[in-house]
Ligand binder design. Structure first.
Ligand code: PMP
Length: 365
């Protein structure tokens, strides 16, 4: 391996590559199911798919700033248009936020971004790519954010804190009381992001009212997506909501036309059929409850989940379990040494997963 004169920035050289959920392997006698990316097994509402087919301006650039989608969101959420910034997925919007607010300071020191860990795999990548320092704070054994420890982690270099509720991959949601108290405990110049990618699946008591928090706190930014409840992961569309003091900077660093015309059309159509979207979400929530009950009856202890997945804290057996699932054409998401995340899928996929959990006794532990 000869040394090449071409070298990336130091922060990039040390980056782990994002590893996306794998597709299922074929296995004799099994219909394959993908339970590795928290996708919506029911897909989008038919009107959203139709809206994609109806787009007849493929030779034109899309609306700058996804104006039509932002107008629809502004009306639906009752927030001002200028408070909404769209992106290629909520990850696109998060990337804008981090690049606007955290990096390497004028003094050469890195800004710090605090997040719970384990959480969404893309957080460290986005933060380090911006040249900032990631500060992961371990989640508690029940998979919840350790908010006291996250407050403790704040320094005078902290610029952004990421809260993920429900937390991917462990599952629990934060409560409104917890986040309200947390906001009191951090300096008001630190941006607090509330990543609500799985918002629609939450059924807990005292759920976070993130829109109320953003209205009261200029440092709060809410992240939402069409990838999960709306079943539009393939189109890449999400958004951030914040006060103009924040969103004006997000707009400046945006990749122009990040939301395609087809993505915008589908998202607008999906918002016009929210009753159907919510019916689909309810079906997935009921399947989740069925899976959770069955696992508990089979003797498994797992963190409370408020999202469209469950977390099996298998430790060193994580990869072994994922292989056992793979042998039955179920793709799941192992995190070596920690656990396995399994998305709620089609009823037959969930049945097979439950049966595997009932009979599984393997693993290196
Ligand atoms: N936040 C969380 C917590 C996620 O799990 C995901 C997707 N896995 C995202 C953000 C990004 O979703 P998207 O970019 O598809 O909106």
């Amino acid at each position: 391996h000869t040394t090449s004169p071409i070298a990336p920035r130091e922060a990039v050289a040390a980056l782990p590559a994002y590893s996306a959920g794998k597709p299922p392997q074929a296995a004799e006698g099994y219909t394959p199911y993908k339970l590795s990316s928290n996708e919506n097994p029911l897909g989008p509402v038919p009107a959203a798919a139709q809206a994609v087919r109806d787009v007849n301006t493929l030779h034109r650039y899309p609306n700058p700033g996804a104006e039509a989608l932002r107008a629809a969101l502004a009306e639906h959420l009752d927030v001002p248009l200028e408070d909404i910034v769209t992106g290629a997925g909520s990850l696109g919007a998060l990337t804008q936020l981090i690049s606007a607010f955290a990096g390497t300071g004028n003094d050469g020191q890195r800004d710090e971004v605090i997040y719970a860990w384990r959480s969404f795999e893309a957080y460290p990548i986005v933060v380090r790519t911006a040249g900032a320092q990631d500060v992961p704070v371990p989640v508690m054994t029940d998979g919840r954010h350790d908010l006291a420890a996250m407050t403790e982690a704040v320094t005078d270099r902290t610029r952004v804190i990421l809260l993920c509720t429900p937390n991917n991959p462990t599952g629990p949601a934060l409560t409104h009381a917890e986040v309200t108290a947390f906001l009191e405990s951090v300096p008001s110049h630190v941006i607090v992001v509330i990543d609500e990618a799985y918002l629609e699946f939450v059924r807990c008591a005292d759920p976070v009212d993130a829109l109320a928090l953003y209205r009261e706190h200029p440092n709060v930014v809410v992240l939402r997506t069409f990838s999960k409840a709306h079943g539009l992961a393939g189109l890449r569309v999400g958004y951030a909501i914040g006060q103009p003091t924040v969103t004006e900077h997000l707009r400046k660093v945006a990749v122009p036309f990040a939301v395609s015309a087809v993505a915008e059309a589908a998202a607008v159509a999906s918002l016009q059929h929210l009753d159907k979207v919510h019916q689909r979400v309810q079906t997935i929530v009921q399947e989740r409850e069925r899976v959770v009950t069955a696992l508990s009856q089979a003797g498994w202890t797992i963190p409370e989940t408020q999202a469209n997945f469950v977390w099996l804290p298998l430790g060193r057996a994580a990869v072994d379990f994922a292989q056992a699932a793979g042998a039955q054409a179920l793709a799941v998401r192992p995190f070596d040494g920690e656990g396995v995340r399994v998305s709620i899928g089609e009823p037959e996929a969930n049945d097979r997963f439950i049966e595997l959990c009932r009979t599984y006794s393997g693993g290196p532990e």
